[in-house]
Design a protein around this ligand. Structure first.
Ligand code: CA
Ligand code: CA
Length: 441
């Protein structure tokens, strides 16, 4: 399945495979108790564009009764205090900002602004803002129309928390330009349980986890190079380079590639090359051995900063007809994560590097980012948590531990794991909220 082959040299290729791809760019490349799957993803698979249920999953609000709303029509901060408490604290140790009332503003045009500032405050370099409802809610449908602060390094949150905190529902923890993060945490058990997922939002541009390139004409070279400007680390699970072969090539996801190669009279030339890589992510030292071990689960993980590449070098010239790679890592539910959103494949033509395939999803992502308004929703009942994006279901999980009254929170924070933190870019940017609504059935 999911195979797209081949093109002329130098052609820029964007491969469309997944309906929505997940992309967790977190501190840890493997299992992260805060942001990763634990439950094996019950319910709809948001990555499966063929999901039959997808057609009729819109929330039907005519079946719900509006019981609470905030439209932010006031002009002064004090007016908020009828329904909301405003945080004034140093923020948790995991974030880079404090939270101050001065950063909570009503625009006078029907919106709330949570403003980020670059300033020395209580030992931190930034301040931001956060509010939560005085009223608590248990079960119902909750939604918020808001847009992210248009800058990386921010967490733009619409949350539910109990007090004291026993559980947390992240209706969305959003990161600019286009990460939607929906999660649920149990703060009572030890170790804490979580069940979360993140998506890269973009309806047009999709990344794939496997690629295969047939050369229009065989390439003669001693060197092949893969590189990416992906933020954070990249994961490469398998890399295959084949000689020109009229009998064809294995499928990237072939379950027994070694057998198939033998059948086709092929060897993976990556195995005979000297492999050079950019730095490693911690815990993945010398992991280039995983690039061609015929196991799609083992992987090379690059360093987070600086150059990110893999180079294959042979002492003799090779005639290459096909290159394949499988990237990202496989989550417990079998879906793939942390896919590259840009790459270049090049060969050495004797004088210089020449590109034979490249992909860059970054530009078009910026054209349709979450700095524009979208509606983030949660249907919460005794059995399930159902997450909505613009009224469409994108996630369903079993409700295992959220059965008490919780407040709704709106919160902006400066964080280390949401892209580059650039002080002058962050200063003055704001998360802007149009409304919050609560419905009961
Ligand atoms: Ca491998
Ligand atoms: Ca409004």
């Amino acid at each position: 399945m999911m195979r797209l082959i081949s093109f002329a040299k130098y052609m820029v290729v964007i491969i469309s495979v997944l309906g929505m791809t997940s992309c967790i760019d977190d501190e840890q490349p493997v299992y992260n108790p805060v942001h990763n799957q634990t439950g094996g993803g019950n319910g709809d698979n948001p990555e499966n564009p063929d999901d039959e249920e997808e057609e009729d999953v819109d929330i039907d609000l005519s079946k719900w009764e509006l019981v609470w709303e905030e439209n932010f029509n006031g002009t002064d901060r004090e007016s908020l205090k009828e329904k909301w408490d405003i945080e004034d604290n140093n923020g948790s140790s995991s974030i880079l900002s404090t939270r101050r009332p001065e950063n909570v503003k009503l625009s006078g045009e029907g919106t709330l602004k949570l403003v980020a500032k670059h300033e020395e405050d209580a030992g931190k370099q930034y301040s931001a803002g956060s509010i939560f409802t005085k009223e608590t809610f248990k079960y119902g449908y909750f939604e918020c129309r808001y847009r992210y602060a248009e800058v990386e390094g921010t967490n733009n949150s619409f949350w539910m928390f109990t007090s004291p905190v026993t559980f947390e529902i992240d209706i969305n923890e959003g990161k600019y330009p286009n990460i939607v993060g929906m999660n649920v945490h149990d703060h009572v058990s030890n170790p804490k349980r979580s069940d979360g997922a993140s998506w890269t939002y973009n309806p047009q541009v999709k990344s794939a986890y496997s690629y295969s390139f047939d050369m229009a004409a065989p390439i003669k070279t001693k060197k092949i190079r893969f590189s990416t400007e992906k933020k954070e680390h990249f994961h490469m699970r398998e890399f295959r380079i084949y000689k020109n072969n009229t009998a064809g090539y294995p499928e990237e996801l072939e379950t027994n590639v070694v057998e198939k190669e033998a059948e086709l009279g092929l060897n993976n030339l990556a195995k005979t090359a000297k492999i050079t890589v950019s730095g490693y992510y911690k815990g993945f030292e010398k992991s280039e051995a995983n690039l061609c071990d015929d196991d799609i689960k083992t992987r090379f993980v690059s360093q987070k900063e600086g150059d990110k590449y893999i180079e294959f070098v042979w002492s003799e010239e090779q005639e290459i007809g096909n290159v394949q790679f499988l990237n990202g890592y496989i989550k417990e539910d079998g879906t793939y994560d942390n896919l590259v959103d840009n790459y270049k494949l090049e060969y050495w033509d004797g004088q210089k590097w020449a590109v034979f395939s490249s992909m860059d999803a970054r530009d078009s992502m910026a054209d349709d980012n979450l700095g524009q308004y979208h509606i983030y929703g949660l249907e919460w009942n005794e059995e399930e948590l159902i997450y909505y994006f613009d009224h469409k279901i994108i996630r369903k999980v079993e409700n295992k531990w959220c059965n008490g009254p919780a407040s709704l929170w709106l919160s902006l924070a400066i964080i280390k794991w949401g892209g580059a933190v650039v002080p002058e870019d962050i200063d003055g940017k704001f998360m802007e909220v149009d409304y919050v609504r609560v419905y009961k059935q």
